[in-house]
Ligand binder design. Structure first.
Ligand SMILES: [Zn+2]
Length: 125
């Protein structure tokens, strides 16, 4: 179960990153939980065969965790969440794991705890 949650968290961070990857001006910070579930079902092969309820349960657990890490807040309306910042995509120099990090989080690999991170994809010189 823990592995499934960690994996789910990675995909959720990926979703938040992608929601803001293409537009440089407006930061999309507000998400309805229902929309998140449908986006995962529709766009993510990993979750295509999941039941709505199962994704919804995983989502609630991970959102609570991300809330405790100050990555997001729960909006007045109960089913909305709001991000504090965009996510940066960084690659661990040690294990090559791709991390999506909020501005409120330490720059550290969630897989091996290394602090040696680089932009991903690396900037061209
Ligand atoms: Zn690492």
């Amino acid at each position: 179960m823990e592995i499934e949650l960690r994996e789910f968290e990675w995909y959720l961070r990926d979703l938040f990153f992608r929601a803001n990857a293409n537009n440089s001006q407006k930061f999309i910070d507000s998400f309805k939980k229902e929309d998140i579930v449908y986006t995962l079902l529709k766009n993510y092969l990993r979750y295509r065969n999941y039941e709505y309820e199962k994704i919804s349960n995983l989502l609630n657990t991970v959102l609570t965790d991300l809330h405790s890490k100050s990555v997001l807040m729960f909006d007045k309306e109960i089913d909305n969440i709001k991000l504090y910042s965009r996510f940066d995509r960084k690659q661990c120099k040690k294990c090559y794991y791709i991390n999506y990090l909020s501005k409120n989080e330490d720059i550290q690999c969630s897989r091996c705890s290394s602090v040696e991170m680089q932009e991903f994809p690396p900037r061209k010189r």
